[in-house]
Design a protein around this ligand. Structure first.
Ligand SMILES: [Zn+2]
Length: 375
């Protein structure tokens, strides 16, 4: 019954009672913090005809069900306005950065052209999806037209285990981004010391290079985020987007340790309209009491089965988790907002941040990083 209600293929958002409670909370949060504008730095848009071939899993272990091919057949730029206002009050001025879908079974170039055209029409901030074999000339051309770069590991391969950061974040991309002062939004293929240290090293080498780590640096647990914080702290040109993170402890630590200026609101829509639940052990506050080997464990469970679900601990407390959390599942964007509100309310109460800092997370921080191309 539930599945039919939220049929992801037709992609009509239908809020249930639990979802509506969160939406009410969001409206309340927006009004008591005088938030008038929201800028979302992380959204994807594409047309059906950008799909050039059927997704073929390169290896047996990788399951074929990618949401882009099985769920969202297309998601046009205009739809973001419509769907954002299911969650935000009508009075909110909503703006977003837009990029294509970064998979090699899509025509990246055509998708980029579409993004550019729609951005001019609708007043969006266009990011170019860039590939590892893009030459400096191509990148320079993109730099004239777009406001940022979006490289992605899956454009190379899905073999996360054997991948290196430089396989998809190339020297040419960084050189051009540095000289033209364009930010790079980066979904690191793996949250580990090696990758994060390399990002920091790149930012040390290129003075103007600004990197926005998507998904809070791919942190799903506090333990993973600690690693991110350590390196982000050492370079002021590394930022974090809030997308698909739903752990208040991560947001809270970010604001406390790095300052609210590093945090940029991002949703990862339309993927944040997937129904699920993200949870980590960090929520229990007694992080230090958790045995080390479980500290990095987190869940990202979705109502439909996707291969990128994280369910490390499923076997440990499977019964409890699945039975109880099924009722608390919601659209990932609502889950995320719930966590943001919790963290921000806490920091406000502790006088770690003021209203202006809060408003900046949802607008000014993103605007600042885009620079003069923010129109
Ligand atoms: Zn994304």
């Amino acid at each position: 019954m539930e599945g039919n209600k939220r049929d992801s293929n037709s992609f009509n958002i239908k809020l249930n009672t639990h979802d509506n409670k969160i939406v009410e909370k969001i409206h309340n949060f927006i009004s008591r913090n005088d938030i008038e504008s929201i800028f979302d730095i992380h959204t994807h848009s594409w047309k059906r005809n950008h799909l050039i071939k059927k997704y073929e899993p390169p290896e047996e272990k990788i399951q074929p069900s990618m949401p882009a091919t099985t769920t969202f057949f297309e998601y046009e730029c205009e739809k973001h306005f419509e769907d954002a206002h299911v969650i935000f009050p009508e009075t909110i001025k909503y703006k977003f950065a837009s990029f294509g879908i970064p998979f090699n079974f899509y025509d990246v170039k055509e998708n980029n052209i579409y993004i550019l055209k729609k951005s001019q029409e609708l007043g969006l901030i266009p990011f170019a999806v860039v590939k590892r074999d893009d030459t400096v000339d191509i990148l320079n051309e993109y730099a004239k037209l777009f406001a940022g770069f979006k490289p992605y590991f899956a454009l190379t391969s899905f073999d996360v285990e054997n991948m290196k950061l430089k396989d998809y974040l190339t020297l040419s991309q960084m050189e051009v981004a540095d000289s033209k002062e364009l930010p790079i939004i980066l979904h690191v293929h793996k949250n580990n010391f090696e990758n994060l240290r390399e990002i920091k090293r790149n930012c040390d080498n290129f003075q103007n290079l600004k990197i926005i780590l998507a998904h809070m640096g791919l942190s799903f647990s506090y333990s993973e985020f600690r690693l991110v914080m350590k390196l982000v702290k050492e370079n002021n040109n590394i930022f974090l987007d809030t997308s698909v993170c739903a752990d208040p402890i991560i947001f809270r630590s970010c604001i406390k340790e790095l300052g609210p200026g590093r945090l940029i609101y991002g949703s990862d829509n339309p993927f944040a309209f997937i129904f699920g639940k993200q949870q980590s052990l960090g929520l229990f506050f007694k992080w230090r009491l958790i045995p080390k080997k479980y500290r990095r464990n987190a869940w990202l469970l979705t109502e439909r089965n996707y291969p990128w679900q994280i369910n490390d601990l499923k076997n440990l407390i499977q019964g409890w988790t699945l039975k109880n959390w099924r009722n608390t599942m919601t659209y990932l964007i609502l889950d995320q907002f719930n966590a943001l509100i919790k963290a921000i309310d806490y920091c406000k109460e502790k006088k770690i941040m003021v209203k202006e800092d809060i408003k900046a997370i949802f607008f000014q921080n993103g605007k600042t990083i885009i620079g003069p191309k923010f129109v």
